[in-house]
Ligand binder design. Structure first.
Ligand SMILES: [Zn+2]
Length: 347
């Protein structure tokens, strides 16, 4: 069984009068696909109660939260060149944080992996808004996975691992936890695209040095590239980290069909990665695993998401596509290992 958290109110944040890739149809299509594969009928789907307006303050500064609240109260507007708000955005983005925290409650109550199906996405939202010098918020408002990770360390977990597989670097998440050693952030992304951060030399600051691990992959990386990265880097690294919770920042924009990136995963990698992360969570931390939706602006979401949920349910993949062959990541893997081997026992 898998627990899925979803609420219709996530559809209220939309771009009025303009088409925008981060639209309610992402979730509508994703749910339709889950229905087609008989997933929604089979698993437990839970909605959210009231938004908890304390939560944005857990990871964002007061000025930014107030700015979002104020702008949203005035109706539709662009917060920057990429990112919009409408009159529901403050409520919906806060509800997405509330849903992420509920992921923890339900994970513990059912002892089953949880998938939190939210929007707007969150991983580009940093402490003050756009993070680490990025020009925009990249469609994000509040950082869902960060609020969840912060809660976990607040209640006593010592090693919370975030694996971010969205095609873009999770600069907001990295910024929020830059000096926090209890949150280990491993980020796979396409190098050279928005937001421009995520080099292998960004390893965290102070006591947190070594807990931020970036794996910038070349455009054209495919299923074989990601498999190579898991075998040679992620698997030994995560075994060395020994996390007590695993969170997945689950973006589906590394799929070959995505218009915003140059990676070319098939839906098979979304099965393989979730399966292997679930296995590691089983071995290392009592299957404590929660996935939170990030980006994905095409069929990546309708084809990849059912496979992620199949993997969490320990059943066969729902969507079969032929393996996409991409470039080798040997050089990146060895460069990352060179930088992080002094912090983690891998070589
Ligand atoms: Zn993305």
């Amino acid at each position: 069984m898998v627990v899925i958290i979803y609420d219709d109110r996530f559809l209220r944040h939309y771009s009025e009068g303009y088409s925008h890739p981060e639209s309610p149809s992402r979730l509508v299509n994703a749910l339709e696909s889950l229905r087609t594969h008989n997933i929604l009928q089979k698993f437990k789907v839970v909605s959210v109660d009231k938004p908890n307006y304390e939560l944005p303050h857990e990871v964002h500064d007061r000025a930014y939260v107030n700015y979002v609240k104020e702008l949203s109260s005035k109706g539709f507007n662009y917060i920057d060149g990429d990112t919009y708000v409408n009159s529901y955005t403050y409520e919906v983005a806060t509800l997405a944080l509330t849903a992420s925290l509920k992921g923890y409650e339900l994970r513990e109550a059912y002892d089953k992996p949880v998938f939190v199906l939210v929007r707007p996405p969150g991983h580009h939202a940093g402490i003050h808004g756009s993070a680490l010098g990025a020009p925009t918020l990249g469609f994000c408002i509040f950082n869902n996975v960060a609020v969840l990770a912060k809660h976990l360390i607040n209640i006593g977990f010592k090693k919370v691992l975030i694996v971010d597989i969205d095609a873009h670097h999770g600069n907001g998440t990295q910024e929020i936890f830059m000096e926090e050693p209890r949150v280990i952030h491993v980020d796979l992304h396409q190098r050279g695209i928005y937001p421009g951060t995520g080099s292998i030399f960004e390893v965290g600051l102070g006591e947190a040095e070594g807990t931020k691990i970036n794996i910038p992959l070349p455009g054209g990386s495919g299923d074989n590239t990601y498999k190579e990265v898991f075998d040679e880097l992620l698997d030994p690294l995560i075994c060395s980290i020994k996390p007590d919770y695993i969170l997945i920042s689950a973006g589906y924009d590394a799929h070959y069909s995505d218009p915003l990136t140059g990676l070319k995963l098939s839906s098979l990698t979304y099965y393989l990665y979730f399966k292997r992360l679930l296995n590691l969570s089983s071995k290392l931390c009592g299957k404590r695993l929660i996935a939170v939706l990030e980006g994905g602006y095409s069929e990546g979401l309708t084809k990849g998401l059912p496979n992620s949920i199949a993997a969490l349910a320990e059943s066969e993949p729902y969507v079969i596509e032929s393996e996409s062959l991409g470039v080798s990541a040997k050089n990146v893997i060895s460069e990352v290992k060179k930088v992080i081997s002094k912090y983690w026992g891998i070589n």
